[in-house]
Design a protein around this ligand. Sequence first.
Ligand SMILES: *[C@@H]1O[C@H](CO)[C@@H](O)[C@H](O)[C@H]1NC(C)=O
Length: 458
Amino acid sequence: MQLLLYTIAGLLVSTSIATPTPTRDEALIERRQLLGDVLGSIDDISNGNADTDNPSKSLLDVLKPVTSNTKPSSVEEASAAISNVFQASPTPVNLFAAVAQLVEQGLTTENVQDALAFVDGLLDGQNSENNNNPIDPSPAAYPSAGPDDAPYSLSEDALRAAIYIPDTFQYGREGAPQPIILVPGTGNTGFITFSGNYIPLLQGSDIADPVWLNIPGYLLDDAQLNAEYVAYAINYIYGISNQREIAVAAWSQGNINAQWAYKYWPSTRDRVTDHIGFSPDYHGTVLANLITAPGEPLSPSVLQQEYNSNFIKTLRNNGGDSAYVPSTLIYSGFFDEIVQPQSGDIASGRLLDARSVGASNNEVQVVCAGRPAGTFYTHEGTLYNPLGFALLKDALANEGAGQSSRLNLTSVCNDYLTPDLALSDFLLTENAILVAALAILADPDKVFTEPAIRAYAT
Ligand SMILES: *[C@@H]1O[C@H](CO)[C@@H](O)[C@H](O)[C@H]1NC(C)=O
């Protein structure tokens, strides 16, 4: 063993002596060439043409070698670089090309290999999907918390194990802030989605007391199953928190899982004072089937997030396109790389308000027009947008949904990044999209048709 190590060390020393150190310009050109090849291959595979050098090469194989040896030195530099990635010509053809560029420019906390090792590995600690939550809720949350609730297909043990309750959680004791459940987006755990934003912003604060969901399978399985985890978590956390009413904050698909839960598990509605949605896709996205090559299978929940999927049609019918609980929605019209359309009256992130419970639709470029918080934000960027945090606080502090008219927009819109977050949080949040892209590519359970709508919803 020792001999082997010495040999490797010797090899490393001799290679570093033998190879002249490239100049900075040479290194840059080399990096650009590597990335050019990567983008070309992604383009080919995405267009249904095999990579010319290696026809069996998958998108994952193409992404694997992408690393970075540069890091942005400030939030300004990082946000300018991200904005360039999405506005450069040629525009990234798809999520994977964008992700390759984000990694290459040091705009994520991990490189592809590390993130892939994470995606393939056993999830533990704050990412665990197998949590031991021994306290039984009162009232009971299972098999049903109300007479009109849909039946669960998953066991109570399975549903409960997805809830991560940190040591900081105060169980609704008197004087503690309201519990809040953080629901991740496609390809993520709750910890991956929120560790660079709402976990540090809320933990230990007097705003809300967070727990989060690490839903098995990175939310890639049937969205109807993902919704079961949300419905159960609402009634479980309520039942272990002195029956304190709770809040829900969700990213991306987490919002439609929650909306499905409010719709088909009506017991949840009276127990939720506020839903705060970041980059929701209540109408799915026209980009869903662009994320892989034509004719390739997709993860069930990705198919369900196509603009006109059966899941989306079912979710939206009978008033499902209106809020069930006061809903404060924050989305980016410029430019959500995942959810489109995401601007104006047809934004997928909008909800109507047929039940007059309060639906507050906030496109950051409209509310903060011409100011830093109204500039370029990605799908994940709404999570660190300061208007989003101000609206969350406003929603929780007031009856009904959050209202931008109550905020001092002169000060709120004047930052690009939520005050109290740092460059490291920004990069951690961008890392969520890298993990999502790799989880989608590595998902072993892809299908050609979306899962059937459950009997309770037909
Ligand atoms: C709003 O914020 C600005 C900038 O911080 C401040 O100058 C102004 O006094 C505030 N307005 C109100 C009404 O508080």
